[in-house]
Ligand binder design. Structure first.
Ligand code: BES
Ligand code: MN
Ligand code: ZN
Length: 487
């Protein structure tokens, strides 16, 4: 659901702005070390802010909040001393998130913000305000207005506020798409969402339905979708920049709208979160939605390979052989390794038809990536060191860290098939489930500059944490936007 919190720039003093907005809460930053903020709001208190911070052993760490009450103008308000650490982007993102959480249920919060990456502060605050609830809202409503005051002033702050807001809105869109229950969300629904997003974002869109897929030879997408009563789609969205594009980037997303495992059925424990198995496709659509607004100079094509992986009388079977786009055949040894089957078609299509300079795919591909790196780091594989470095740096800046894993050529025999060009799971004895999955995908990129982001771990969160909210996280949206549209 769209983020309800609105961020606005303000000028003058915290007290004046609080009075004007009727804000119940005011906040002033505390940097690391025993430095009290120069806060005119605190002038009436019978103690100094240093004494207060000292009492609570506050260290000014990002995320830390020390609260007191203070009279400002005609009424008593809550004063939050919030830690900003060294005011690095990551610190401000975390501080913004902490303030927004603390401001839940309030109409307005006025915050002094130190010099630094204001967009990161805004992004953190807005993403921490994200909610997804079908039915009557529970708990406290998100903070309605966050007014930010800096030395620079509202005019100078406007671009950073706009940028942070745009990035948060894109990440929230990715969360919404992935949080939507699969009863509502099938491949056709995702295609309709893509059309809506394209309209709002100045993009063109082409959707291939099951007949188009059959005519085009997209055997992987069709095979994975064959068990479902809701047919698959290949969604293609294009951003054509004004002027001559500097390069052509193709983003490919896994769009499994529900992953039961197919005939290789998952137990309920592993299945119940699988509405988020299109998180990669959601990220691709969310990134596409923001490109025009952020003035991205590259031509970008987004492909989402959408299918529902269901067991039924028409489902693909273990042992089936499918012919992918372009003719490569794969033997399906496990129908639960379906993501790579749909991605193979999209990657081969991108290579053969789109002439990209770079291909990046995003997918909740393997439980093994979650085992290796946990819930906060995405796994990165790449055929190009410079691309790997650029994505890693973008991830670090965006607060969506990546860790590169190797494409081990010695493990390639794990994918040898007796009857087809390749089989879809790593045979026993090799382990490294994320690596063998990446090696499978590599067969379809035609030697191009390519990176694969396995987001099975960070795509979902089991609890709120700073700007991350429980459920779908939108992980990958901000890192790809940082890569495509650096500040
Ligand atoms: N969608 C899953 C991967 C996944 C697991 C994502 C947990 C998020 C959380 C994928 O389609 C899958 O089932 N992969 C199998 C591959 C195996 C059969 C080779 C897996 O990881 O177990
Ligand atoms: Mn699966
Ligand atoms: Zn899956």
């Amino acid at each position: 659901m769209p983020i309800e919190t609105r961020v606005r720039g303000a000028g003058g003093t915290v007290s004046r702005t609080a009075a004007d907005l009727g804000a119940e809460v005011v906040a002033v930053p505390v940097r690391s070390g025993p430095v009290a903020p120069a806060a005119e709001v605190a002038s009436g208190l019978p103690f100094t802010l240093d004494e207060l911070l000292d009492l609570h052993r506050a260290k000014g760490e990002p995320g830390e909040i020390t609260a007191t009450q203070v009279r400002v103008g005609d009424r008593v308000r809550e004063l939050l001393l919030y830690g900003v650490g060294d005011a690095e982007p990551a610190d401000l993102r975390k501080a913004g998130a902490a303030l927004a959480r603390r401001g839940r249920g309030r109409t307005a919060l006025v915050a002094g913000v130190p010099a630094g990456d204001l967009a990161a502060f805004v992004e953190g605050a807005l993403l921490a305000s994200y909610t997804f609830k079908i039915g009557s809202p529970s708990g406290k409503q998100p903070l309605a207005t966050l007014a930010v005051l800096t030395e620079a002033g509202p005019e100078a702050d406007a671009p950073a506020i706009e940028r942070g807001t745009a990035r948060a809105a894109a990440a929230a869109l990715a969360r919404d798409l992935a949080n939507t229950p699969s009863g509502e969300k099938d491949p056709a629904w995702l295609a309709a969402e893509a059309r809506r997003i394209a309209e709002g974002g100045g993009l063109t869109v082409r959707v291939r339905d099951e007949r188009d897929l059959a005519d085009g030879g997209f055997g992987g997408i069709l095979a994975v979708g064959a068990g479902s009563a809701r047919p698959p789609r290949l969604i293609e969205v294009s951003h054509i920049p004004d002027g001559t594009p500097d390069r052509h980037v193709v983003l490919v997303g896994k769009g499994i709208t529900f992953d039961t495992g197919g005939l290789s059925l998952k137990p309920n424990e592993g299945m119940k979160t699988m509405k988020t198995d299109m998180a990669g496709g959601g990220v691709v659509l969310a990134v596409m939605s923001a490109l025009r607004g952020l003035g991205v100079r590259a031509r970008v094509t987004g492909l989402v390979a959408a299918a529902e992986n269901m067991p039924s009388g028409s489902a693909m079977r273990p042992g089936d052989v499918i012919a992918h786009y372009g003719g490569t055949t794969s033997e399906v040894l496990n129908t639960d390794a379906e993501g790579r089957l749909v991605l193979a078609d999209a990657l081969a299509y991108a290579d053969a038809e789109l002439d990209p300079d770079v291909i990046v795919d995003v997918a909740t591909l393997t439980g093994a990536a979650k085992v290796a790196l946990g819930l906060r780091h995405g796994a990165l594989f790449a055929t190009d060191d410079a691309l790997a470095a650029a994505l890693t740096e973008a991830g670090a800046r965006a607060g969506e860290p990546l860790w590169r894993l190797p494409l081990v050529d010695d493990y390639r025999p794990a994918l040898d098939s007796d009857v087809a060009d390749i089989n879809n799971i790593g045979r026993g004895g090799y382990g490294a489930g994320s690596i063998t999955a990446a090696l499978f995908l590599r067969e379809f990129v035609g030697g191009r500059s390519w990176a694969h982001l396995d987001i099975a771990g960070p795509g979902r969160a089991t609890s709120d944490d700073a700007e991350i909210t429980r459920g779908a996280t939108g992980y990958g949206t901000r890192l790809l936007l940082d890569w495509l549209a650096p500040a």
